[in-house]
Design a protein around this ligand. Structure first.
Ligand code: FES
Length: 156
C-alpha cells in the first residue's frame, strides 16, 4: 500500500469512528472506505473491526451482504447491469450475456487491461425504458444485445 492509500484509509477510519461505542455503523465505515479507496481491501478488516469495536466476522458479514460493496479495485469504467423485474422481463438477461461476451470477464473482476468491471444492480429506477445499463454515471435505457459494442466503444 502507498502512503497516499494509507492516508485515505486512516481518514476514512477516523471519519466513521463511533461517537457511541454501543452503536458502531459498519456499513457507513465500509462505504467511506470504498469511497476513499475505490474498494474495501480485505486486509483492512482488522483495522475496521478495531476502530468500531466489533469483530472481524461482523465486518466481513456486512461486506459480503451488500452487493454494492466490492473488495477488488474496479476497472476504469464500471458497467452495472440492472437485474430488476422490469429489465429482466424486457430481455435484460440477454443484454447482460452480451456484455459479458464482449468484455470476457466474470462479474466483479476487472478486465486484464483494467478497462471495465461488470456488476449487477437492482432496479435503477429507469423501468420505463428498460432494460437498463449504467456505465459509470451514464444511465442507458432500451439497450439491446446488438447495442453493446457501440455502447462500450467510447469508454477507453
Ligand atoms: S427494473 Fe431495471 S430499471 Fe427498474
Amino acid at each position: 500500500m502507498t502512503t497516499r492509500h494509507n492516508a485515505k484509509l486512516a481518514e476514512a477510519l477516523e471519519s466513521c469512528r463511533p461517537v457511541s461505542p454501543a452503536k458502531p455503523n459498519i456499513l457507513k465505515m465500509l462505504l467511506a472506505i470504498q469511497s476513499a479507496l475505490g474498494h474495501v481491501p480485505v486486509n483492512t478488516l482488522p483495522q475496521i473491526a478495531q476502530t468500531l469495536g466489533v469483530t472481524e466476522a461482523q465486518v466481513a458479514g456486512v461486506l459480503s451482504y451488500y452487493s454494492d460493496l466490492r473488495t477488488q479495485l474496479p476497472g476504469r469504467h464500471l458497467i452495472r447491469v440492472c437485474m430488476g423485474e422490469s429489465c429482466m422481463a424486457n430481455h435484460g438477461g440477454r443484454v447482460f450475456r452480451a456484455i459479458q461476451d464482449h468484455v470476457q470477464v466474470a462479474v466483479g473482476e476487472a478486465t486484464p487491461e483494467n478497462r471495465f468491471t461488470v456488476e449487477t444492480m437492482s432496479c435503477a429506477g429507469n423501468c420505463a425504458v428498460s432494460p437498463t445499463v449504467m456505465i459509470d454515471e451514464d444511465l442507458r435505457g432500451r439497450v439491446t444485445p446488438s447495442d453493446v459494442p457501440s455502447l462500450l466503444g467510447p469508454y477507453k
